[in-house]
Design a protein around this ligand. Sequence first.
Ligand SMILES: Cc1cc2nc3c(=O)[nH]c(=O)nc-3n(C[C@H](O)[C@H](O)[C@H](O)COP(=O)(O)O)c2cc1C
Length: 234
Amino acid sequence: MSSESNVALHQRPSSFEIDEAFIDRSRVVGDVIQTRQTVRPKRLARPAPDATQLHNILTAAGAAPDHGQLLPWRFVIVPESQRAELADTFVQSLIERDHSATNEHVTRAREKAYRSPLLILVVVDVQRGDSEIDFFERTLSAGCAVQNMLLMATALGFGSALTSGKALKAEALRELFGLQDGEHALCFINIGTVTSPTVRRRRPSLIDYVSVLGKAVDTTETLLSKLTTRNEIP
Ligand SMILES: Cc1cc2nc3c(=O)[nH]c(=O)nc-3n(C[C@H](O)[C@H](O)[C@H](O)COP(=O)(O)O)c2cc1C
């Protein structure tokens, strides 16, 4: 895309007339957003994203909103060669918190380290830089970066999932990933090729998570009619 057309896509037509480019773009973005869904790591196989695709996924993170440009998050890729170390860490963390863990539990903890072909740890830093930018803002920024990555992975045709768990807080994991004071492991991003289809999750209705200040709205239809009344448009 030329820089000229790039500029055009970022400027809304002054007349507010509907521009085909905006409609097309919103359809593509909407489609990617709505088709992203969690695909369990055990259903993610090789091939993993290649170098160019991985570059696109990681670059997408850098476009996240970041108050004060603190860059309060980072990502650590766990290559194949380090999966055994990660597996040991998962097992160590399991045994530390559950002395009665069975062999089956240990095997399952170990397996988790090998599941998806691209595995990335998300780390947030809640201390670095301006203390006015609190934990919540930093974590939200990390969430935006993660979602950018998931959407880019979806657009490239890959499945993805976030995984968390108690091991993220374990000292052994902090050590393995070299987490500094103020840094916390938020979750893992799993990306790979989908081996079997996943049932689509029912999405919530707008009324379940949107309200309008000063207006009583009890259905999605009322909500939308309030917002589309001409004098309600901000
Ligand atoms: C920070 C975070 C951690 C998550 N960790 C797990 C997890 O450990 N296991 C899991 O099955 N899903 C995990 N999820 C995924 C959610 O369960 C999933 O997003 C939710 O079920 C909605 O489904 P969808 O992603 O298909 O829309 C996590 C999601 C977030 C945001």
